[in-house]
Design a protein around this ligand. Structure first.
Ligand code: ADP
Length: 495
């Protein structure tokens, strides 16, 4: 059987680790077989990265020269949107239309960080010492690790690799076990765009083996992770031991809130998209719905109508709204949560089952599901399901709403639907979350910082801050005259 090569220190070759496979979640067919990276491969990738980022040929590149590589990557992506989107769909089952959007966003991300690194400015702080000026600028960290999940590979991987490279680092990417293909394809694009060897390596394999060893490696100077909260907590411990920065984008259980003055049609559409796109496999999925009791009945009626109209189907079918879940194991987990919600007293208003369509029998599909009758303390309202499952709850007053919305270990995002934007903004300021959408949901801008409060994460990606997060600041004091440091001649006392 032919196996895919992996990318280590600028070389394509077979990984030295265990055999692993990528399957198409729509029908379980095999996409590719490859060998995971071994610990020896990791050593080589780190050594190559460490040489490459220190090499004057790279270290002395000017920002616009690094930007040119990122622009070429963006051009290559845009020229291959269809192929890349199909690859992404095959790797994780996303409907093609969504995958196209993610591919296009990856190109924009590369361009944004190309621009950001050209525009990044150091500081010339106002002088505080006679005859001394201070300068403060940004430098790369060195070899850095990017560990990514399976739900939106090309977008989440570019969100880490583009700023890491723009900042002048050498990046080592560890993609999720289920979705190794897009990360390898990205490496091809960076290579074709002229990125010098060693500055990007891709090490597929098990998180607990190669991901853990990558994070722990003494030469790795930053961990950027997107994934589950328990893995994030583990990586925070690793980073604490090494005293290196960790950027952690973790889980969520995001509330979407419909106030009594909302445009109900707009709200129902936004809520439907916010929870059921990507089959709910999104950290920012709006999975807890709070609706003012005075509009609960009409909002729910419209939301149920829209949800029943969603088409669950093959990712390559243009009419599909909801594709398969990533694999059978994950579908089982989602189904267990629906059963748990019922045991907790929840009523399934729609969905809750595997679709009966025989054409979908080989894929890990699950119907979009809405449950009510639960209180916010139920496990189905507190734990991340990461599937197409929405729990709806009526609320009476704003104080109770805020208490319930914030009663979660998570704090990733929230949605508010109201015609009164002043009131919505006041409410937004009371929610303990990193992103609030008002009268929209799950739309993203690469120029806007993203990250979580509480157990949803640490640090921010995107925006100028998302570039600085891959750099360290160095301050320089420069004497402009000789009338300084007179300590030894005892003339001016200690300075
Ligand atoms: P998800 O629930 O999204 O799969 P995980 O946290 O399990 O979230 O996985 C996200 C990424 O983290 C994957 O690339 C996975 O291989 C990696 N990972 C899992 N466990 C570890 C670990 N102990 N150390 C480093 N990386 C890990």
């Amino acid at each position: 059987m032919t196996t895919r090569d992996i990318f280590i220190g600028g070389q394509w070759r077979q990984g030295g680790g265990a055999l692993m496979q990528s399957h198409f979640p729509a029908d379980g067919s095999l996409n590719a077989t490859l060998h995971a990276a071994s610990l020896e491969d990791l050593e080589q990738a780190v050594a190559a990265g460490d040489r490459a980022w220190r090499d004057p040929a790279w270290r002395d590149t000017l920002p616009h020269q690094r930007a040119a590589i990122l622009h070429r990557v963006a051009d290559l992506i845009n020229a291959r949107i269809e192929t890349l989107a199909e690859m992404q769909s095959r790797d994780n089952g996303k409907p093609l239309a969504e995958a196209r959007g993610l591919v296009a966003s990856a190109a924009s991300t590369a361009r944004y960080f190309a621009a950001a690194c050209e525009l990044l400015e150091g500081e010339l702080p106002t002088p505080r010492i006679p005859q001394v000026i201070t300068l403060s600028g940004y430098e790369p960290l060195g070899v850095v690790a990017a560990i990514t999940p399976w739900n939106s590979p090309i977008a989440s991987e570019m969100q880490k690799i583009a700023p890491a490279i723009a900042a002048g680092n050498a990046a080592i990417l560890k993609p999720a076990e289920a979705t190794p293909l897009m990360a390898l394809e990205l490496a091809k694009l960076f290579e074709e765009a002229g990125l010098p060897a060693g500055l990007l390596s891709v090490l597929p394999g098990k998180g607990s083996v190669i991901g853990d060893a990558l994070a722990r490696h003494p030469k790795v100077r930053k961990i950027s992770f997107t994934g589950g909260t328990s893995t994030g907590r583990h990586l925070a411990h690793v980073a604490a031991e090494k005293l290196i920065p960790a950027s952690l984008e973790l889980g969520g259980k995001s509330p979407t809130i419909v106030l009594e003055d909302a445009n109900l049609e707009q709200a129902a559409r936004g809520i439907c998209y916010g929870i059921f796109s990507s089959a709910g496999q999104a950290c920012i999925a709006g999975s807890r719905l709070f609706v003012h009791q005075s509009v609960y009945a009409p909002l729910m009626a419209r939301l149920l109508e829209l949800t029943r109209g969603l088409r669950v189907g093959h990712p390559f079918d243009a009419a599909t709204h909801v594709g398969p879940l990533i694999n059978e194991g994950h579908r089982q987990r989602v189904m267990e949560y629906v059963a748990l919600a019922q045991r907790e007293g929840g009523r399934v208003l729609c969905g809750g089952e595997i679709p009966p369509d025989p054409a979908l029998a080989d894929g890990s599909y699950f119907q979009p599901t809405i449950i009510d009758g639960l209180s916010n303390g139920a496990r189905a309202c507190q734990e991340e399901i990461f599937g197409p499952v929405l729990v709806a709850m009526p609320f009476e007053d704003e104080a109770g709403l805020i208490a319930q919305a914030n009663d979660s270990v998570f704090g990733l995002a929230a949605g508010i639907w109201s015609r009164d934007s002043g009131r919505a903004l006041r409410l937004a300021s009371r929610l303990e979350v990193g992103t609030v959408w008002i009268n929209t949901y799950k739309v993203f801008s690469i120029s806007t910082p993203f990250g979580g409060f509480k157990e949803s994460g640490l640090g921010r990606e995107k925006g100028i801050q998302g570039l600085k997060a891959w750099m360290q600041q160095k301050s320089v004091y420069l004497a402009t005259g000789s009338d300084v440091n007179h300590w030894s001649d005892n003339k001016k006392g200690v300075q």
